[in-house]
Design a protein around this ligand. Structure first.
Ligand code: FMN
Length: 195
């Protein structure tokens, strides 16, 4: 039997039932319908401290030495095939919660400490941003930069999903979104998303 794809969603919003959570969960729902194993973590439920820049992850053999909920995420990341990282756009960038997580991901970029993390194919990644403003071009430079940054970290970035116009009503009231988001998840599970 073919191995199930393991996909982890990360919700970088303070709102457990906000737009970001809804969008990430719809993508995961689509993936699950195609047979993927999915789970999600909401940063508002977790205690994740900012990177202290101590370089213990470079210099020792124990990985990141900060004792907090990120250790649980490192364990889960080791056998993940794909990630869906969602963040609301705050002041034209990802939220502080998401940025703290991304900085802490830096410890996974050292195969010496996380041999399993890198020994298989690059982890697939879908980046999700949702913004109040209806103009999708406003923060495009930042979204493009973020994609490039993850590619430099050797993630296989499959898509950058930008959902706009949240100031006009919540995601769950938008008729076109459930199908569009689920399609992105099912394509990820079937690995059909364009490179
Ligand atoms: C502190 C803060 C800053 C924001 N900055 C922006 C922004 O720069 N551009 C924008 O279009 N929307 C901005 N928004 C709106 C959010 O991106 C939008 O409402 C998002 O869908 C909220 O997601 P959530 O429901 O998961 O919290 C901001 C909201 C907050 C609270």
């Amino acid at each position: 039997m073919e191995k199930q794809m393991k996909i982890i969603g990360f919700i970088g919003s303070p709102h457990k039932e906000g737009n970001t959570a809804w969008i990430v969960n719809k993508i995961l729902e689509g993936a699950k319908e195609e047979g993927a194993e999915t789970q999600s973590f909401n940063f508002s439920d977790l205690d994740i401290k900012p990177c202290q820049g101590c370089f213990a992850c470079h210099n020792g053999d124990g990985g990141c030495v900060i004792s907090d909920d990120m250790q649980k995420l490192y364990d889960n990341l080791k056998d993940a095939d794909a990630l869906v990282l969602g963040s609301p756009t705050y002041m034209g960038q990802m939220s502080a919660q998401a940025k703290i997580f991304v900085d802490r991901l830096s410890a996974t970029n050292h195969p010496r400490f996380y041999p399993k993390f890198k020994e298989h194919a690059a982890i697939k990644l879908i980046l999700v941003f949702d913004q109040g403003n209806p103009d999708s071009s406003l923060f495009q430079t930042y979204y493009d930069y973020t994609k490039k940054m993850f590619q430099m970290l050797e993630f296989d970035v499959k898509d950058v999903v930008v959902v706009t116009g949240m100031r006009n009503g919540p995601a769950h009231e938008r008729e076109e979104l459930p199908t569009a988001m689920k399609d992105i998840g099912s394509s990820l599970a079937l690995d059909k998303i364009r490179p």
